[in-house]
Design a protein around this ligand. Structure first.
Ligand code: PBG
Length: 326
């Protein structure tokens, strides 16, 4: 038997496999999303996200310190608010001295070298639980922009490095860019949730923040999971409107979208490995049905292989710990 080409020669040992390995994930690629809530010494686990906690600011600062020691350099902060703080206008989002704005400021003051990303959308602050402003059961686009603008400026003033508009309103990237520049924040970047799909996998996140919509769903603003072309249009708009990064969300079920954006745009592509993706892996691992660590590594590797330079993932700390043990 003479077989000229033997692909297995490149798989013969760990050293050879390492030589020919095309994709590797590093802590440099990761952003850890964290949940911050009111109070002192709070560390409350999210039931549907084992290993993920809502932290009060004091604990969050310790947590970020630990993560920084592990090499994680970027954090995306999300606020969990009491129902009493919510209203139609999401006014808590730009109130001076609010828990979230204080948290942004405190993290940047204590850890000036970390990247702080924020979430720009109305849902955690909205009594309607929608990402936009609601009137007569409708989510109004242009009216929403004004509230997003106030929120974004307040976050920039608090010290945010990257704003993450996750609301999917039309025109919001350009609107935020202009407001930021007018207010003297030309250095604050925008990571647009460019292709954010109306996924069934957000529910653990909505548990974490108690931010589920009070009526209806998000299908009039988030994208239809069946569609590819819209993602190109969204990306063209975000590019033209001044976005610095383009994000795809969710990640695991949308690798084709990640690849398409990476093939077509020179901006760094980010992917959000969302709550439900985390929970599915954790749940199966807890049952002993899969090896959670290996599935995590395979997941992050495939997201990067598809073309994401940056991955927002609740696994960031565990990933960093595993890397450090190697
Ligand atoms: C809301 C927002 C959501 C997430 C980030 N920002 C949920 C939603 O759109 O309902 C989801 C993140 C996750 O599931 O991990 N603006």
């Amino acid at each position: 038997m003479h077989i000229l080409r033997r692909p297995r020669r490149l798989r013969t040992s760990a050293a050879v496999r390492a030589l020919v390995e095309e994709t590797s994930v590093s802590v440099n690629d990761l952003i850890l999303p964290v949940f911050v809530v009111e109070g002192q010494n709070v560390k409350r686990e999210v039931a549907s996200m084992p290993g993920v906690y809502r932290h009060s600011l004091d604990n969050l600062l310790d947590e970020i310190g630990q993560c920084q020691d592990l090499g994680i350099k970027a954090f995306d902060l999300f606020p969990g608010l009491d129902e009493s703080k919510k209203d139609k206008y999401a006014s808590e989002s730009w109130r001076e001295g609010s828990m979230y704005l204080e948290a942004i400021h405190a993290v940047k003051s204590k850890y000036p070298d970390v990247v702080v990303m924020t979430d720009v959308a109305m849902d955690p602050y909205s009594s309607d639980g929608h990402d936009g402003y609601v009137e007569n059961g409708e989510i109004l686009n242009d009216e929403t922009l004004e509230y997003l603008g106030k929120m974004g400026i307040a976050q920039a003033q608090a010290g945010a490095d990257i704003l993450g508009p996750s609301d999917m309103m039309d025109g919001r990237v350009g609107y935020l860019r202009e407001k930021l520049d007018d207010a003297g924040f030309s250095k604050v970047a925008i990571m647009s949730y460019t292709a954010k799909y109306a996924s069934a996998l957000y529910s653990p996140f909505r548990d974490a923040l108690e931010s589920a919509p009070k009526f209806g769903d998000k299908k009039t603003y988030q994208m239809n999971p069946a569609n590819i072309k819209e993602a190109l249009i969204e990306a063209e708009l975000d590019y033209a409107e001044g976005a610095d990064y383009l994000m795809v969300k969710p990640a695991m079920l949308y690798l084709d979208i990640i690849k398409m954006l990476n093939d077509n745009f020179a901006l760094p592509i980010a992917a959000y490995n969302i709550s439900g993706e985390y929970s599915m892996i954790k749940a199966a691992a807890q049952k002993g049905w899969i090896d959670g660590d290996r599935v995590m590594l395979e997941t992050l590797t495939s997201i990067k292989r598809a073309g994401a330079k940056i991955i927002l993932t609740y696994f960031a700390k565990e990933f960093a710990q595993i890397q450090q043990q190697r």
